[in-house]
Design a protein around this ligand. Structure first.
Ligand code: PLP
Length: 360
Protein backbone atom coordinates (compact mmCIF):
# COMPACT_ATOMS: atom_id res chain seq x y z
CA UNK A 1 0.00 0.00 0.00
CA UNK A 2 1.17 3.51 -0.78
CA UNK A 3 0.30 6.20 1.74
CA UNK A 4 -0.42 9.61 0.20
CA UNK A 5 -2.70 11.06 2.86
CA UNK A 6 -0.22 12.87 5.12
CA UNK A 7 -2.58 15.81 5.68
CA UNK A 8 -5.07 13.43 7.34
CA UNK A 9 -2.37 12.01 9.59
CA UNK A 10 1.31 11.13 9.49
CA UNK A 11 2.97 7.86 10.46
CA UNK A 12 4.62 7.76 13.86
CA UNK A 13 8.35 8.62 13.68
CA UNK A 14 10.41 5.66 14.99
CA UNK A 15 12.18 8.07 17.37
CA UNK A 16 8.82 9.20 18.83
CA UNK A 17 7.71 5.58 19.20
CA UNK A 18 10.92 4.76 21.09
CA UNK A 19 10.31 7.63 23.50
CA UNK A 20 6.71 6.54 24.04
CA UNK A 21 7.66 2.95 24.79
CA UNK A 22 10.12 4.09 27.43
CA UNK A 23 7.25 5.86 29.18
CA UNK A 24 4.80 3.00 28.82
CA UNK A 25 7.08 0.39 30.36
CA UNK A 26 10.19 1.98 31.80
CA UNK A 27 13.35 -0.09 32.37
CA UNK A 28 11.86 -1.84 35.42
CA UNK A 29 8.12 -1.44 34.79
CA UNK A 30 7.98 1.66 37.00
CA UNK A 31 7.09 4.28 34.42
CA UNK A 32 3.33 4.21 34.90
CA UNK A 33 3.11 6.89 37.58
CA UNK A 34 0.71 9.80 37.44
CA UNK A 35 2.76 12.90 36.55
CA UNK A 36 0.56 14.92 38.91
CA UNK A 37 1.44 12.75 41.96
CA UNK A 38 3.85 14.36 44.43
CA UNK A 39 5.84 11.18 45.22
CA UNK A 40 9.15 10.29 43.60
CA UNK A 41 7.76 8.22 40.73
CA UNK A 42 5.20 10.95 40.03
CA UNK A 43 7.91 13.58 40.04
CA UNK A 44 9.97 11.51 37.57
CA UNK A 45 6.96 11.32 35.25
CA UNK A 46 6.38 15.08 35.69
CA UNK A 47 10.04 15.78 34.83
CA UNK A 48 9.58 13.83 31.58
CA UNK A 49 6.44 15.87 30.80
CA UNK A 50 8.26 19.14 31.41
CA UNK A 51 11.25 18.09 29.27
CA UNK A 52 8.83 17.29 26.43
CA UNK A 53 6.95 20.57 26.98
CA UNK A 54 10.18 22.46 26.29
CA UNK A 55 10.64 20.59 23.02
CA UNK A 56 7.05 21.32 21.97
CA UNK A 57 7.51 24.98 23.02
CA UNK A 58 10.23 25.26 20.38
CA UNK A 59 7.49 24.94 17.73
CA UNK A 60 6.12 28.31 18.89
CA UNK A 61 7.33 31.88 19.29
CA UNK A 62 8.87 32.84 22.64
CA UNK A 63 6.84 34.65 25.29
CA UNK A 64 4.02 32.19 25.85
CA UNK A 65 3.01 28.92 27.51
CA UNK A 66 2.14 25.49 26.12
CA UNK A 67 -1.04 23.76 27.30
CA UNK A 68 -1.33 20.10 26.33
CA UNK A 69 -4.78 19.07 25.06
CA UNK A 70 -6.31 15.89 23.65
CA UNK A 71 -5.90 17.11 20.04
CA UNK A 72 -5.98 20.30 17.99
CA UNK A 73 -9.80 20.40 17.92
CA UNK A 74 -9.75 20.68 21.71
CA UNK A 75 -6.99 23.31 21.61
CA UNK A 76 -9.03 25.38 19.14
CA UNK A 77 -12.18 24.99 21.24
CA UNK A 78 -10.30 26.13 24.35
CA UNK A 79 -9.00 29.18 22.49
CA UNK A 80 -12.27 30.19 20.86
CA UNK A 81 -14.62 29.44 23.76
CA UNK A 82 -12.17 30.48 26.47
CA UNK A 83 -10.97 33.78 24.99
CA UNK A 84 -12.19 36.69 27.06
CA UNK A 85 -13.27 38.95 24.23
CA UNK A 86 -15.77 41.63 23.54
CA UNK A 87 -17.31 41.46 20.11
CA UNK A 88 -17.75 38.73 17.56
CA UNK A 89 -15.52 36.29 15.74
CA UNK A 90 -14.12 36.55 12.20
CA UNK A 91 -12.76 33.50 10.41
CA UNK A 92 -11.31 32.93 6.96
CA UNK A 93 -13.53 31.21 4.42
CA UNK A 94 -11.25 28.16 4.31
CA UNK A 95 -10.89 27.26 7.99
CA UNK A 96 -10.96 23.65 9.15
CA UNK A 97 -14.24 22.49 10.72
CA UNK A 98 -12.57 22.79 14.15
CA UNK A 99 -12.67 26.59 13.75
CA UNK A 100 -15.62 26.92 11.37
CA UNK A 101 -18.08 24.83 13.36
CA UNK A 102 -16.97 26.25 16.72
CA UNK A 103 -17.41 29.80 15.41
CA UNK A 104 -20.93 28.91 14.23
CA UNK A 105 -21.86 27.49 17.62
CA UNK A 106 -20.57 30.65 19.31
CA UNK A 107 -22.54 33.02 17.06
CA UNK A 108 -22.72 34.20 13.52
CA UNK A 109 -19.08 34.61 12.43
CA UNK A 110 -17.90 37.19 9.93
CA UNK A 111 -16.26 35.40 7.03
CA UNK A 112 -13.05 36.79 5.50
CA UNK A 113 -12.93 35.83 1.81
CA UNK A 114 -9.99 34.24 -0.03
CA UNK A 115 -8.95 34.78 -3.65
CA UNK A 116 -8.98 32.12 -6.37
CA UNK A 117 -5.63 30.79 -5.09
CA UNK A 118 -6.98 30.36 -1.56
CA UNK A 119 -5.16 33.35 -0.03
CA UNK A 120 -6.58 36.02 2.27
CA UNK A 121 -5.47 39.44 1.03
CA UNK A 122 -3.10 40.74 3.77
CA UNK A 123 -4.50 44.26 3.17
CA UNK A 124 -8.06 43.07 3.58
CA UNK A 125 -10.24 45.23 5.82
CA UNK A 126 -11.19 43.13 8.79
CA UNK A 127 -14.84 43.46 9.81
CA UNK A 128 -15.38 45.97 12.61
CA UNK A 129 -16.55 45.06 16.11
CA UNK A 130 -14.69 41.77 16.10
CA UNK A 131 -12.90 40.47 19.23
CA UNK A 132 -11.24 37.36 17.78
CA UNK A 133 -9.82 36.74 14.30
CA UNK A 134 -9.01 33.15 13.25
CA UNK A 135 -6.94 32.43 10.17
CA UNK A 136 -5.10 29.16 9.63
CA UNK A 137 -1.42 29.09 8.70
CA UNK A 138 -1.56 26.37 6.02
CA UNK A 139 -4.75 24.99 4.54
CA UNK A 140 -5.31 21.25 4.93
CA UNK A 141 -7.05 20.76 1.57
CA UNK A 142 -5.18 22.94 -0.90
CA UNK A 143 -1.95 23.70 0.99
CA UNK A 144 -2.14 27.50 0.71
CA UNK A 145 0.07 29.41 3.16
CA UNK A 146 -1.65 32.49 4.58
CA UNK A 147 -0.03 35.86 5.44
CA UNK A 148 -0.83 35.29 9.11
CA UNK A 149 1.68 37.79 10.54
CA UNK A 150 0.16 40.69 8.58
CA UNK A 151 -3.35 39.54 9.48
CA UNK A 152 -2.38 39.32 13.16
CA UNK A 153 -1.09 42.92 12.96
CA UNK A 154 -4.43 43.96 11.51
CA UNK A 155 -6.38 42.10 14.17
CA UNK A 156 -4.33 43.81 16.89
CA UNK A 157 -4.85 47.22 15.29
CA UNK A 158 -8.59 46.54 15.46
CA UNK A 159 -8.29 45.54 19.14
CA UNK A 160 -8.90 41.84 18.46
CA UNK A 161 -6.99 38.69 19.44
CA UNK A 162 -5.56 36.47 16.70
CA UNK A 163 -5.86 32.66 16.76
CA UNK A 164 -3.82 30.67 14.27
CA UNK A 165 -4.57 27.02 13.51
CA UNK A 166 -1.01 25.91 12.69
CA UNK A 167 -1.85 22.19 12.51
CA UNK A 168 -0.68 21.87 8.89
CA UNK A 169 2.07 24.46 9.18
CA UNK A 170 4.02 23.19 12.21
CA UNK A 171 7.33 21.69 11.12
CA UNK A 172 6.85 22.99 7.58
CA UNK A 173 6.94 26.76 7.89
CA UNK A 174 8.20 29.14 10.59
CA UNK A 175 5.80 29.65 13.52
CA UNK A 176 3.22 32.45 13.28
CA UNK A 177 5.22 34.97 15.32
CA UNK A 178 2.45 37.47 15.92
CA UNK A 179 -0.45 35.22 16.88
CA UNK A 180 -1.91 35.35 20.40
CA UNK A 181 -2.91 31.68 20.38
CA UNK A 182 -1.66 28.83 18.20
CA UNK A 183 -3.06 25.31 17.92
CA UNK A 184 -1.05 22.26 16.80
CA UNK A 185 -1.51 18.49 16.74
CA UNK A 186 1.11 15.78 17.32
CA UNK A 187 -0.28 13.36 14.75
CA UNK A 188 0.35 15.77 11.87
CA UNK A 189 4.09 15.99 12.68
CA UNK A 190 4.88 12.26 13.00
CA UNK A 191 3.85 12.13 16.65
CA UNK A 192 1.08 10.09 18.31
CA UNK A 193 -2.67 10.61 17.92
CA UNK A 194 -4.50 11.77 21.04
CA UNK A 195 -2.43 14.81 21.95
CA UNK A 196 -2.29 18.41 20.76
CA UNK A 197 -1.31 21.74 22.22
CA UNK A 198 -2.49 25.29 22.53
CA UNK A 199 0.19 27.97 22.81
CA UNK A 200 -1.02 31.09 24.61
CA UNK A 201 0.87 34.37 24.58
CA UNK A 202 1.78 35.72 28.03
CA UNK A 203 -0.90 38.12 29.20
CA UNK A 204 -3.74 36.48 27.24
CA UNK A 205 -6.30 35.16 29.72
CA UNK A 206 -8.53 32.18 28.94
CA UNK A 207 -11.43 30.63 30.81
CA UNK A 208 -10.99 26.85 31.29
CA UNK A 209 -13.43 24.75 29.31
CA UNK A 210 -12.74 21.41 30.99
CA UNK A 211 -12.80 21.58 34.78
CA UNK A 212 -11.91 18.94 37.33
CA UNK A 213 -8.37 19.41 38.59
CA UNK A 214 -6.86 21.90 36.17
CA UNK A 215 -3.69 19.81 35.91
CA UNK A 216 -2.62 21.87 32.92
CA UNK A 217 -3.55 25.11 34.65
CA UNK A 218 -6.27 25.81 32.11
CA UNK A 219 -7.27 22.26 31.32
CA UNK A 220 -8.19 19.30 33.50
CA UNK A 221 -7.30 15.64 33.06
CA UNK A 222 -4.31 13.43 33.82
CA UNK A 223 -1.62 13.80 31.18
CA UNK A 224 -0.18 10.73 29.49
CA UNK A 225 3.62 10.92 29.80
CA UNK A 226 3.95 8.51 26.85
CA UNK A 227 1.86 10.72 24.53
CA UNK A 228 3.59 13.86 25.75
CA UNK A 229 7.06 12.28 25.31
CA UNK A 230 6.15 11.12 21.77
CA UNK A 231 4.91 14.62 20.95
CA UNK A 232 8.11 16.13 22.37
CA UNK A 233 10.41 13.99 20.25
CA UNK A 234 8.22 14.55 17.16
CA UNK A 235 8.39 18.32 17.73
CA UNK A 236 12.15 18.23 18.18
CA UNK A 237 12.55 16.27 14.94
CA UNK A 238 10.16 18.61 13.12
CA UNK A 239 12.35 21.56 14.10
CA UNK A 240 15.67 19.86 13.43
CA UNK A 241 14.59 18.40 10.09
CA UNK A 242 12.47 21.27 8.81
CA UNK A 243 14.82 22.17 5.97
CA UNK A 244 15.49 18.55 5.00
CA UNK A 245 11.78 17.64 5.12
CA UNK A 246 10.95 20.73 3.07
CA UNK A 247 13.52 19.92 0.40
CA UNK A 248 12.25 16.34 0.18
CA UNK A 249 8.64 17.55 -0.14
CA UNK A 250 9.68 20.06 -2.80
CA UNK A 251 11.43 17.38 -4.89
CA UNK A 252 8.31 15.20 -4.76
CA UNK A 253 6.13 18.21 -5.62
CA UNK A 254 8.22 18.96 -8.73
CA UNK A 255 7.93 15.33 -9.81
CA UNK A 256 4.20 15.22 -9.07
CA UNK A 257 3.61 18.27 -11.27
CA UNK A 258 5.32 16.43 -14.12
CA UNK A 259 3.37 13.23 -13.48
CA UNK A 260 0.01 15.06 -13.34
CA UNK A 261 0.76 17.71 -15.96
CA UNK A 262 -2.64 17.33 -17.63
CA UNK A 263 -4.60 17.94 -14.39
CA UNK A 264 -5.63 21.34 -12.98
CA UNK A 265 -3.96 22.36 -9.70
CA UNK A 266 -6.19 23.91 -7.01
CA UNK A 267 -4.68 26.66 -4.88
CA UNK A 268 -1.56 28.78 -5.15
CA UNK A 269 1.49 27.42 -6.97
CA UNK A 270 3.81 29.59 -4.91
CA UNK A 271 2.42 30.42 -1.44
CA UNK A 272 2.05 26.81 -0.48
CA UNK A 273 3.03 23.69 1.39
CA UNK A 274 4.82 21.53 -1.18
CA UNK A 275 3.76 18.28 0.50
CA UNK A 276 0.18 18.75 -0.64
CA UNK A 277 -1.26 18.56 -4.14
CA UNK A 278 -4.94 19.18 -4.75
CA UNK A 279 -5.79 18.44 -8.38
CA UNK A 280 -8.89 18.01 -10.48
CA UNK A 281 -9.90 16.61 -13.81
CA UNK A 282 -13.16 17.34 -15.62
CA UNK A 283 -15.72 14.57 -15.28
CA UNK A 284 -13.62 12.51 -12.86
CA UNK A 285 -15.66 10.11 -10.72
CA UNK A 286 -13.59 10.33 -7.53
CA UNK A 287 -15.49 7.65 -5.61
CA UNK A 288 -14.90 5.20 -8.46
CA UNK A 289 -11.25 6.20 -8.67
CA UNK A 290 -10.77 5.55 -4.97
CA UNK A 291 -12.37 2.13 -5.18
CA UNK A 292 -10.27 1.20 -8.24
CA UNK A 293 -6.97 2.42 -6.73
CA UNK A 294 -7.27 0.49 -3.50
CA UNK A 295 -3.52 0.35 -3.02
CA UNK A 296 -3.13 4.10 -2.97
CA UNK A 297 -4.28 5.97 0.13
CA UNK A 298 -5.40 9.43 -0.93
CA UNK A 299 -8.30 11.70 -0.24
CA UNK A 300 -11.21 13.30 -2.04
CA UNK A 301 -10.98 16.95 -0.97
CA UNK A 302 -10.19 16.64 2.74
CA UNK A 303 -10.60 13.61 4.99
CA UNK A 304 -13.22 15.47 7.04
CA UNK A 305 -15.23 16.59 4.04
CA UNK A 306 -14.93 13.39 2.01
CA UNK A 307 -17.78 11.04 2.73
CA UNK A 308 -20.17 13.89 3.55
CA UNK A 309 -21.29 14.08 -0.09
CA UNK A 310 -21.14 17.89 0.06
CA UNK A 311 -18.61 19.74 -2.10
CA UNK A 312 -15.77 21.07 0.05
CA UNK A 313 -16.30 24.62 1.39
CA UNK A 314 -12.61 25.32 0.68
CA UNK A 315 -12.87 24.43 -2.99
CA UNK A 316 -16.12 26.41 -3.24
CA UNK A 317 -14.43 29.41 -1.56
CA UNK A 318 -11.75 29.54 -4.28
CA UNK A 319 -14.50 29.70 -6.87
CA UNK A 320 -14.78 26.10 -8.09
CA UNK A 321 -18.16 24.85 -9.28
CA UNK A 322 -19.75 21.88 -7.49
CA UNK A 323 -18.68 19.65 -10.38
CA UNK A 324 -15.06 20.88 -10.25
CA UNK A 325 -14.92 20.47 -6.48
CA UNK A 326 -16.29 16.95 -6.75
CA UNK A 327 -13.71 15.99 -9.39
CA UNK A 328 -10.81 16.89 -7.05
CA UNK A 329 -8.39 14.57 -5.30
CA UNK A 330 -5.76 15.44 -2.68
CA UNK A 331 -2.37 13.74 -2.63
CA UNK A 332 -0.20 14.35 0.42
CA UNK A 333 3.31 13.02 0.84
CA UNK A 334 5.73 13.32 3.72
CA UNK A 335 9.07 12.51 5.30
CA UNK A 336 8.81 8.78 4.60
CA UNK A 337 7.37 8.90 1.06
CA UNK A 338 9.78 7.84 -1.68
CA UNK A 339 9.85 9.07 -5.28
CA UNK A 340 9.26 5.44 -6.36
CA UNK A 341 6.06 5.34 -4.32
CA UNK A 342 4.84 8.57 -5.87
CA UNK A 343 5.61 7.24 -9.37
CA UNK A 344 3.81 3.96 -8.68
CA UNK A 345 0.78 5.77 -7.23
CA UNK A 346 0.63 8.09 -10.24
CA UNK A 347 0.77 5.08 -12.58
CA UNK A 348 -2.18 3.46 -10.78
CA UNK A 349 -4.23 6.65 -10.66
CA UNK A 350 -3.59 7.54 -14.28
CA UNK A 351 -4.41 4.01 -15.49
CA UNK A 352 -7.69 4.09 -13.55
CA UNK A 353 -8.57 7.52 -14.96
CA UNK A 354 -7.80 6.36 -18.51
CA UNK A 355 -10.11 3.40 -17.99
CA UNK A 356 -12.87 5.75 -16.71
CA UNK A 357 -12.46 8.09 -19.66
CA UNK A 358 -12.64 5.22 -22.18
CA UNK A 359 -16.18 4.52 -21.02
CA UNK A 360 -17.49 8.07 -21.15
N1 PLP B 1 -6.95 21.99 11.85
C1 PLP B 1 -6.50 21.49 10.70
C2 PLP B 1 -6.01 22.43 9.64
C3 PLP B 1 -6.47 20.12 10.49
O1 PLP B 1 -6.01 19.64 9.33
C4 PLP B 1 -6.94 19.26 11.51
C5 PLP B 1 -7.00 17.81 11.30
O2 PLP B 1 -7.31 17.33 10.22
C6 PLP B 1 -7.38 19.83 12.71
C7 PLP B 1 -7.38 21.20 12.84
C8 PLP B 1 -7.84 18.97 13.86
O3 PLP B 1 -6.75 18.28 14.39
P1 PLP B 1 -6.96 17.07 15.45
O4 PLP B 1 -7.14 15.84 14.64
O5 PLP B 1 -5.71 17.02 16.25
O6 PLP B 1 -8.14 17.42 16.27
Amino acid sequence: MIYLDNQATTPLAPEAREAMLRHLDGPDGSAFANPHSPHRMGRMAAAAVEAAREKVAALFPSGGRVIFTGNACEAINLAMRGAQIEGGIAISAIEHAAVKDTAKVLGDPEVIPVDSEGCVDPRTNLPSGVGLVCVMQVNNEIGTVQPVDQLADQAHAAGALFLCDAVQGAGKVAPPEKADMIAVSAHKIYGPKGIGALWVRDGVELTPQITGGLQEGLRSGTLSPALVAGFGVAAQLANERMEEDREHARALWDRALELFDDWQVNGSLTARNHANLSIRRDGLDVARLMSTCRNVMFSAGSACASGSGKPSHVLKAIGLSDAEAKSTIRLGWGRYTSAEELEAAARDIKAAVKEQELWV
